[in-house]
Design a protein around this ligand. Structure first.
Ligand code: ADP
Ligand code: MG
Length: 679
């Protein structure tokens, strides 16, 4: 066996940028694509768009200076001629490409000004009998300062010196009809010339399937391990006594739907266990998650434990606060409010009441989990719209819990339905409860797509609806790059609408307002004092005003699917028929057109989320891209759903019957990423 090559520190740093920290990681640094240097093609077969390798003699070579310094050559073989063009070049290249030289060039052919050409082809000097490569040449993802050649050498060396034991027991490999692991890795780095290019490219080749399966399997094992470890951790067992819950339910003007009852029961059973619950409560917008959360909170409170109820925005947190204040005060429970925008003194007072245990229910934004706030006996953490918090914060919360020997239970809620494949793959460490039906008495929302050219008609619609006693939202355009611009545009829209509707009472709410101001406007709208509410997307999550039955979303083409679905969910909460108008500006991009079509054709959040997953990919959907969570590198959970199913079943089996193999998988795939995957 060859000796492991020495890797200089500068190269190590560059490798680290690619996520390669151990020599073995090089093996799983797989090519993006391949170049075929195993054959020579006659120049006469060149056509634009084709990547090919040709060989011949340089018949002409000059450095032109206009429009910019360019090395121009002509290469001829027995069948034809082709131009080679270089915009950046070294003296060594000029001499290699001098007239009369024999060279081999590989590159993509395109149509240039003077006919067919290759721009920056890879060239090498040849003799007539210089041998061709025997396998396809891998092209790896790389980073500045690390050349393909250097990376290829490192990987080739790793392939020689590192052994790749097969972790998958033979009988499982046979049953799943998978190729051998080490064989697959070798093939992907150095495929034989006759390997069907398409199967390498679309990753359907059996070698790719094996790698993707292993990646998914490692992820599943990691999640399972984490899930199982939970039963070794301790939490307070919160007995379901039920008297507070019953009293609350009696006081409500509605009965729980059977879906709500089912999930409430699942949560209640979890809370009784002496191990921390980690449950995700999924329910479409308006499905009634808050009452379920309140019942969970009461179970903790009945046992004398504290509850922290956290929401991602002040508006939403405040709504929860007001709602729970209303629901729970009659039971003798007074929640405390804590958010970043409270005055220093109020904050201190709230923190004191939490620390002394005087209050058992704290509601607020993430300020609840800042350093200064110490809980007396925290039994349950409820996180609403948890996907809004991003993976990083979820991790922080998790770590915070770990400091203590006894951890709080966690209930996470989300109205962004997670497609099943995604839930299986990224949330496998959580238990999931789903509210799959909406409360009765809701009338479905009609959605209309209207071009901005017909804005005036929309104005009339808003006017007549409001004059007829309905209430309406006008959602302002989203401006991605600047919050300031967004604010300006919201102010401007507000001004225009005030002018357009002198007879209506119009309000404005946006993200930069003081929270007391925001609350004031929201309450006025809720009470019916305002008829039209101009809002930025701050109202996207959780706002609940049943009498509002018309929503206009301005520049809907700029918004994402999840956002549109959430916004639309703000109407259709009462008995009257609701309408959501999506105003869009022409011309529409292909993506915007698709999104509007999806939102127009679907009302079911899960169906929309499936489409979203296809359009955006899992990273974006989870909001995890920025936070650096280890995403899948090779498998695609849409295309590889069958592999995911097998991986899930196999993970359980390995952990039960072949723990060494399971460890091998974690070691190979997860050594550094373990922490993040658990977030
Ligand atoms: P979300 O799941 O979007 O958080 P909410 O908890 O805000 O939904 O509930 C939406 C609305 O439905 C609220 O006004 C709530 O009081 C009401 N609601 C909840 N459950 C029921 C039910 N079983 N029957 C009728 N209305 C309900
Ligand atoms: Mg909600």
């Amino acid at each position: 066996m060859a000796a492991p090559s020495k890797i200089p520190p500068a190269t190590l740093a560059r490798l680290a940028k690619l996520g390669i920290r151990h020599r073995a990681d090089l093996l799983l640094h797989l090519p993006l694509r391949y170049e075929d240097e195993t054959r020579l093609e006659p120049i006469e077969t060149a056509e634009p768009g084709r990547t090919m390798q040709v060989q011949g003699v340089i018949t002409h070579s000059e450095i032109a200076f206009r429009p910019r310094r360019t090395l121009l050559c002509r290469l001829r073989d027995e069948t034809g001629e082709l131009a080679l063009r270089f915009l950046h070049f070294y003296p060594s290249q000029t001499s290699m490409l001098a007239k009369g030289q024999h060279i081999r060039a590989i590159g993509e052919v395109r149509m240039g000004f003077h006919g067919l050409e290759m721009v920056h082809p890879k060239c090498s000097k040849t003799e007539a009998d210089t041998p061709l490569k025997i396998s396809l040449t891998p092209v790896y993802p790389t980073t500045a300062g690390l050349s393909q050649t250097a990376l290829r050498k490192l990987i080739a060396n790793a392939l020689e010196v590192i052994s790749m034991p097969e972790h998958l027991p033979e009988y499982l490999r046979m049953r799943l009809k998978l190729w051998d692991f080490s064989e697959s890795v070798k093939i992907l780095h150095n495929p034989a010339p006759d390997t069907p290019a398409a199967s390498l490219e679309d990753r359907s080749h059996p070698a790719w399937r094996r790698i993707k399966f292993d990646e998914l399997l490692a992820q599943q094992i990691s999640m399972r391990v984490h899930h199982n470890e939970r039963s070794a951790r301790k939490a307070h067992a919160l007995k379901a006594k039920g008297h507070f819950g019953e009293a609350l339910l009696k006081s409500l003007p509605f009965n729980l739907t059977s879906a709500q009852q089912k999930v409430a029961k699942e949560i209640s059973i979890d809370l009784e266990k002496p191990h921390p619950m980690q449950r995700l409560l999924l329910g479409d917008v308006g499905s009634g998650k808050t009452i379920v959360a309140a019942l969970a909170a009461l179970q903790a409170i009945e046992n004398g434990y504290q509850v922290a109820f956290m929401a991602p925005t002040e508006i939403l947190a405040e709504q929860h606060y007001l709602k729970l204040l209303d629901w729970l005060t009659p039971l003798g429970i007074t929640p405390v409010w804590l958010s970043g925008s409270l005055k220093q003194k109020e904050k201190r007072l709230a923190a004191e009441r939490i620390a002394s245990g005087e209050t058992l229910l704290a509601i607020g934004t993430h300020a609840l989990f800042q350093q200064q706030v110490g809980f007396y006996r925290l039994g349950l953490v409820i996180v609403d719209e948890q996907h809004k918090f991003g993976v990083g914060q979820r991790l922080a919360l998790h770590e915070k819990g770990k400091e203590k020997t006894v951890e709080p239970h966690q209930l996470m809620m989300s109205a962004t339905p997670i497609p099943r494949t995604l839930a299986m793959s990224y949330y496998a460490d959580l238990d999931v409860s789903v509210i799959d039906t909406l409360p009765p008495g809701r009338t479905p929302v009609t959605t209309k797509l209207v071009s901005d050219a017909r804005r005036e008609e929309v104005f009339e619609r808003v006017r007549s609806a409001c004059l007829a006693g309905q209430q309406a939202y006008w959602v302002c355009p989203l401006i991605d790059e600047s919050e300031t611009l967004e604010l300006q545009s919201a102010m401007e829209t507000y001004r225009q609408l005030c002018i357009a509707f002198p007879e209506l009472r119009v309000g404005l709410v946006h993200g930069r307002m003081e929270s007391s101001e925001k609350a004031h406007v929201m309450n006025a709208f809720k009470a019916g004092a305002l008829q039209l509410l101009v809002a930025t997307t701050v109202i996207e999550v959780g706002v609940d005003v049943p009498n509002a039955s018309l929503m206009v979303i301005d520049h809907a083409e700029r918004m994402g699917l999840a956002q549109l679905h959430q916004l639309r969910g703000r109407v259709g909460r009462g008995a009257q028929h609701s309408l959501c108008i999506l105003l869009f500006q022409q011309p529409l991009s292909e993506l915007a057109r698709t999104r509007l079509k999806v939102i127009f054709e679907n009302t079911d959040g899960f169906a929309i989320a499936e489409q979203d997953l296809i359009l955006r990919g899992p990273g974006e959907l989870l909001g995890a891209r920025q936070s650096g969570v280890a995403m899948l590198r090779f498998a695609d959970i849409n295309a590889d759903e069958d592999l995911l199913e097998h991986a899930r079943a196999t993970a359980d089996l390995l952990l039960r019957d072949h723990p060494d193999a399971a460890r091998g998988y974690l070691q190979r795939w997860m050594a550094k990423k373990h922490e993040f995957l658990h977030a």
